[in-house]
Design a protein around this ligand. Structure first.
Ligand code: 5GP
Length: 197
């Protein structure tokens, strides 16, 4: 998605060979017009699927996910990163190791918000090793619902998360795919297809 790549080139801050900071449009301040375009792009890529709900994880997945949900006229549910000490019987939970924070969080979703009959599109801001997306997919599985696919705003293709998700049987659609963050620049994967890496 060219508008996203342009924004990443103009405003992304390369913190290391493995971490990109995009706090001016996605992770802290949010660019609503770009988020709107991102939402439309996700809907277009999954247009052949029947989607009843979108699932993301707080907080940075919410902005792109709500735009897609609005277009689909479907509800958005976001997994919480801190497990409530009460009502634990009414929650689906999964353990997720955070790449950026280097800690394990228990993510949770209230059982009443995912039904067996749901067809769910998972959306997240970044894909690194795939832990967050796998945790969300695990929650959908616990509910007996169907994962239609996984939509990612920025994939760091060199970290292998997409491969892991595809091997687990999930369709992954990433709007920008980074081949490398080395030498102080963002190098994108050429083309839109996974065979190119
Ligand atoms: P994964 O679970 O795939 O290993 O990592 C994805 C999660 O870690 C995302 O939800 C995102 O919040 C965070 N993350 C991973 N890599 C980066 C990065 O380079 N920049 C930012 N801003 N977040 C990242």
């Amino acid at each position: 998605m060219e508008a996203l790549k342009k924004k990443m080139n103009e405003e992304g801050i390369i913190l290391s060979d493995t971490v990109l900071k995009v706090d001016s449009f996605l992770n802290h301040q949010i660019d609503p017009q770009l988020m709107h375009e991102i939402g439309l792009e996700f809907v277009s890529r999954f247009s052949k699927e029947k989607i009843t709900k979108i699932l993301t994880i707080e907080s940075s997945g919410i902005a792109p996910a709500i735009m897609a949900a609005n277009e689909l006229k479907a509800p958005l549910v976001f997994a919480r990163k801190r497990k409530s000490l009460t009502l634990t019987d009414d929650l689906y939970t999964a353990e997720v190791y955070s790449f950026t924070k280097q800690e394990t969080n228990t993510i949770s979703v209230a059982k009443k918000f995912i039904k067996k009959s749901d067809s769910i599109l998972i959306i997240d801001d970044f894909l690194a090793n795939g832990q967050a997306a796998l945790g969300l997919a695990n929650i959908v599985k616990q509910a007996g619902a169907n994962v239609v696919g996984i939509g990612i705003v920025i994939e760091k293709a060199f970290q292998g998360g997409a491969k892991k998700l595809q091997e687990a049987g999930y369709r992954v659609e990433s709007l920008a795919r980074i081949a490398s963050l080395q030498n102080g620049k963002i190098t994108f994967v050429e083309g839109e297809h996974y065979e190119t890496i």
